[in-house]
Design a protein around this ligand. Structure first.
Ligand SMILES: Cc1cc2nc3c(=O)[nH]c(=O)nc-3n(C[C@H](O)[C@H](O)[C@H](O)COP(=O)(O)OP(=O)(O)OC[C@H]3O[C@@H](n4cnc5c(N)ncnc54)[C@H](O)[C@@H]3O)c2cc1C
Length: 594
């Protein structure tokens, strides 16, 4: 496998090796970036954490006033260029801010919907006049944004939306009729990006203002979690939208919807990190102080296992989030230097790494769910009480597997987009897959195992890639164009890809960190890396066997199963002792400390 010293293209992680010096690690954020992140934390500490109950009870005007304060502090305009009243920060800085702001429960959802899906469509697809009119007000928070894609009858199948737009007789307006569902920030939004079918079949974006005749709202939805965020239906009844408010081109609304989702997925993964770290810290503090059988529960192996496992997944997720953020950031800068304009470079960069964004969305949302679930367990009965923090965290977490494309849709996209890139010739999967096939036929290399630090782990990752190429290659050969109908197998392949990407990311970060700080200063990180890689290897082995047993029989099945055994064979590793060391470090620090 080729080792490269420059950024790899989207999806190429499966067939190329990345060098650790080429990844960005969060330990490299500079002082200015950390200052901004700390400002985001101070904002939550002052305005959000003391008011969580009031926010969830929808106290009149409270969410708007919190968003206004965020606007005054400049927190709503970090990704908007200075010419439109923002701060024009780069993607890495924006992701760091998103992480820190991600710990704010319902406020995080409102804020993220405003700065993401509420603002970015206009930033990337608006005309100069639209950008001049809307962006300064959105960046300052004077106006709040929302995004209306989903309808009662079309969620995952978003392009099947039925809301219609018809040009008025005087050609000055589009007349919108239809209904949108689950719209975040709808209760107080001033600007709605709305998707409708022009003449019934040309999917198109529109900028709709609150005051336009014919727009009305449903009641607040009663939700399981993020209760403080406003979620309503939005109705359009002969709603008159000026023709100059068409966003992008008629019939090209899918460009807006899908491109905005790529960025939304990356942002979601950064946001869940912030939430996860707070929950980990709460869990550690509680376990240190809660005593049963005469000792803190943090002394029990079963609890240490949970504390360590929370940290392992958070550290891994963080490694992957900033690895991808940096790839997109570099790509944006590269496209800008080639002369592409702001929108084309930002959208092109996110599209290039759409596979990675889908991977992160699934992995991140499932890490947060794991972390809050074990958080509840560590708190025991108090975890189930609304007077303690875990109950809210548990409910609030769950939505992340549903919006920004459900995790099923994103799993399918991981595989589908990768195969499409291969079919378009953007990435060569065929020759590496063929190499794996011939390796399967050859006698295994019984040479001495090299257990040197990172060499051993790199071999495991390389073998994970071979396992994926083998299973995916067999599935493509067997089902060809019918593969889309074998969703269970696609889910297996997606799980393998997600685990591999996360495992490689945690390896690269740790290798780079050890290079900077030395091995002795990174004992916890090395343990976390090893435990995660071992766990990921097991997940990959199970998913691969499931796929193989579903699609192959006889000699082929035997050969593929032998291949998986070979590719997932790892030296024995004592995860228990590693987790104990990790938990000890966490408990001594009294907080998430990596
Ligand atoms: C709190 C909240 C806030 C939201 N905010 C917004 C917002 O601001 N703007 C907006 O436009 N939307 C918003 N949404 C909508 C959200 O994006 C959708 O709920 C989501 O895309 C899923 O659509 P659905 O609910 O119709 O589920 P469905 O699409 O009906 O899916 C139901 C189940 O079937 C699965 N499924 C669907 N299709 C397939 C398939 N082809 N293959 C396999 N499985 C499939 C799904 O994964 C899911 O498990 C929000 C939703 C919620 C709950």
């Amino acid at each position: 496998m080729e080792t490269i010293s420059k950024a790899i293209k989207g999806g190429e992680f499966l067939v190329k090796e990345t060098k650790s010096e080429d990844v960005f690690i969060p330990e490299e954020f500079n002082e200015e970036q950390m200052m901004m992140a700390n400002m985001a934390h101070d904002f939550l500490a002052a305005e959000v954490f003391p008011n969580l109950d009031r926010i969830d009870n929808h106290e009149a005007g409270l969410m708007e006033s919190i968003l206004n304060k965020a606007g005054e502090l400049g927190l709503l305009g970090t990704s908007v260029p200075e010419e439109y009243g923002g701060f024009g920060k780069d993607l890495l800085t924006n992701m760091l801010m998103t992480e820190y702001l991600g710990a704010g429960h319902s406020v995080s959802v409102a804020l993220s919907a405003h700065t993401g899906i509420g603002t970015l469509p206009i930033l990337y697809f608006g005309t100069d006049a639209q950008k001049n009119k809307y962006l300064p007000k959105l960046a300052s928070g004077e106006w709040k944004g929302s995004y209306c894609l989903t309808e009662p009858g079309s969620g995952s199948d978003a392009l099947a939306a039925k809301t219609k737009a018809v040009l008025s007789d005087d050609k000055k307006h589009y007349i919108l009729n239809g209904q949108k569902m689950w719209i975040t920030n709808a209760g107080f939004a001033d600007v709605f990006t709305v998707f409708a079918q022009v003449d019934g079949d040309k999917f198109t974006g529109f900028i709709v203002e609150k005051g336009y005749e014919g727009l009305s709202l449903g009641d607040e939805e009663h939700k399981m979690g993020i209760k403080g965020s406003s979620t309503r239906q939005v109705f359009f009844s002969d709603c008159k939208v000026p023709v100059e408010n068409v966003l992008g081109e008629i019939g090209k609304g899918h460009h807006i919807a899908f491109n905005i989702l790529n960025i939304g997925r990356l942002k979601l993964a950064a946001a869940v990190l912030g939430g996860s770290k707070i929950i980990s810290t709460d869990s550690i503090k509680y376990a240190n102080t809660r005593e049963q059988f005469g000792r803190p529960i943090a002394k029990f192996g079963a609890i240490r296992h949970k504390l360590a496992e929370q940290a392992i997944r958070i550290y891994t997720c963080e490694s992957a989030v900033y690895r991808v953020s940096n790839l997109i950031d570099q790509q944006e800068k590269g496209l800008l230097s080639e002369g592409k304009d702001f929108a084309a470079s930002h959208l092109g960069a996110a599209e290039e790494y759409a596979v990675e964004c889908a991977i992160l969305k699934v992995f991140g949302s499932e890490v947060l769910d794991y972390v809050v679930d074990e958080g509840v367990q560590i708190y025991g009965g108090y975890g189930y009480s609304a007077d303690y923090p875990m109950e809210r965290a548990y409910r609030d977490s769950r939505i992340n597997r549903i919006f920004e494309g459900t995790n099923e849709i994103n799993r399918m996209l991981c595989v589908d987009m990768l195969l499409k890139r291969a079919m378009k010739g953007q990435i060569d999967l065929m020759s590496p897959a063929q190499k794996v096939q011939s390796e399967l036929m050859s006698i295994p290399d019984m040479g001495e195992e090299d257990n040197t630090l990172f060499i051993a782990e790199k071999k495991i990752i390389l073998n994970m890639k071979k396992a994926i190429l083998m299973v995916a290659g067999s599935a493509v050969q067997k089902y060809m164009m019918e593969l889309a109908k074998e969703q269970e197998i696609i889910m297996n392949i997606a799980d393998m890809m997600i685990q591999m990407y996360a495992a490689e990311s945690v390896l690269l970060r740790t290798e780079k960190l050890v290079g900077i700080k030395g091995e002795a200063a990174c004992i916890g990180q090395l343990d976390m890396m090893r435990v995660f890689i071992n766990e990921a290897n097991d997940v990959i082995s199970i998913a691969a066997k499931d796929a193989i047993n579903s699609m192959a029989e006889g000699d082929e099945q035997r050969m593929l199963l032998t291949g998986i055994k070979r590719f997932t064979k790892v030296p024995p590793f004592n995860s228990k002792e590693a987790r104990r060391r990790i938990a000890k470090e966490l408990c001594e620090a009294g907080k998430y400390c990596f």
